[in-house]
Design a protein around this ligand. Structure first.
Ligand SMILES: [Zn+2]
Ligand SMILES: [Zn+2]
Length: 349
């Protein structure tokens, strides 16, 4: 099979690999769609292994097949995997982490929190940018019939991350929600938040992405390259601030603004990886009873809930993709994505 390998320093190569054979407890997925996630750029840009080390995922610098938003159909089952668990031909997404499988975190579907050491497919082991993809059967999440393979790929990281954060913030109808950054995760938060009944204020510096946010149901837009985001949000909320602010850009200034934009008793949440933030603890947090949450992706069950919500709410998530690529275009696909001015890309098979 062919797979797109990240070599570090913005280099990608299509290489040939032997077709994977499933071992005990494993399945092979024939890939149909493999999404491109903003966090892929954290591994695409630096020298090999550096980002993994910085994010606490070990320092393995061996070249690996990228892609951690995998979606396809089950092609083969290894020993010990039952027909019921993984019927051949079933449409599936993959919860792209594997832990020890037996600890409390793993058993409730939060394998990325496993303390025994985790595998992150597409980051520390071969991922979905290949014709076939081998994973433990327990990482499979069925794809609802209503969703396309590319929509399933989006749910498998970016959109699922937005959903997980909104649930963690206990979003409710009538809330005001500020979403900082309208990349793939932020745009997902905008459309999901609006469908959950919130009034969404979208903050972004790129005009193309702001226009997409409007199409995805944002009630108000703030161009942070021109206006002070906190002040603009206050003006849109009668001086109070928003109930909820979700920060998806990883930019320090946006993280600070997200905390400052929430009202007294409000909640801010960070999902962007890496970097830092400077807060003035008393005025920013204590004196206003602010809740600040960190949210890392979602559980396997949370992923199933996200897919079900999108199907039931009738969200046309495929509109999030501005670029569709074939595997042999991976190099060009990441060069376009690296500019961070467009929407989301997906590799289709
Ligand atoms: Zn575990
Ligand atoms: Zn991701």
């Amino acid at each position: 099979m062919r797979g797109a390998v990240f070599l570090g320093n913005r280099k990608i190569e299509i290489r040939n690999f032997p077709d994977p054979a499933p071992g005990p407890g494993e399945v092979v997925i024939q890939m149909k769609a493999s999404g491109m996630c903003g966090s892929d750029l954290k591994f695409y840009r630096p020298p090999p292994g550096e980002a993994q080390k910085a994010l606490g995922l070990g320092g393995n610098a061996d070249p690996f097949i990228a892609g951690h938003e995998p979606c396809g159909v089950i092609a083969a089952r290894g020993p010990g995997v039952s027909e019921r668990e993984a019927p051949i031909g079933q449409r599936v997404m993959d919860h792209h982490y594997s832990g020890c499988g037996v600890c409390g975190h793993c058993r409730v579907g939060w394998s990325q929190l496993c303390r025994a050491g985790i595998t992150v497919y597409g980051v520390t082991a071969h991922g979905g940018h290949a014709e076939y993809f081998k994973v433990p059967a327990r990482t499979l999440v069925p794809l609802p019939d209503e969703l396309s393979f590319s929509e399933g790929a989006a749910v498998a990281c970016g959109t699922g991350t937005a959903f997980g954060a909104l649930r963690r913030m206990q979003i409710a109808g009538g809330h005001t929600l500020a979403v900082f950054g309208q990349g793939p995760v932020g745009l997902s938060a905008t459309v999901l938040g609006a469908k959950m009944g919130a009034r969404v204020i979208a903050i972004e510096t790129n005009p193309e992405r702001l226009a997409l946010a409007k199409q995805f149901g944002a009630d108000a837009l703030v161009d942070a390259s021109k206006d002070d985001a906190v002040q603009a949000i206050k003006e849109l909320t009668r001086g109070e601030g928003v109930d909820l602010a979700l920060e998806c850009s990883s930019a320090s200034a946006a993280r600070q603004a997200a905390v400052r934009a929430v009202k007294t008793w409000g909640t801010a949440c960070y999902v962007g990886e890496g970097g830092d933030v400077k807060l003035d603890v008393s005025p920013d947090l204590l004196r206003r009873q602010v809740t600040l949450i960190g949210s890392w992706t979602f559980s396997a069950m949370g992923m199933a809930d996200c897919a079900r919500f999108i199907a039931d709410a009738g969200i046309k998530l495929d509109r999030i993709f501005t670029h569709r690529w074939k595997l042999d275009q991976a190099d060009e696909a990441y060069r376009v994505f690296d500019a961070q001015s467009s929407g989301k890309g997906v590799i289709e098979f």
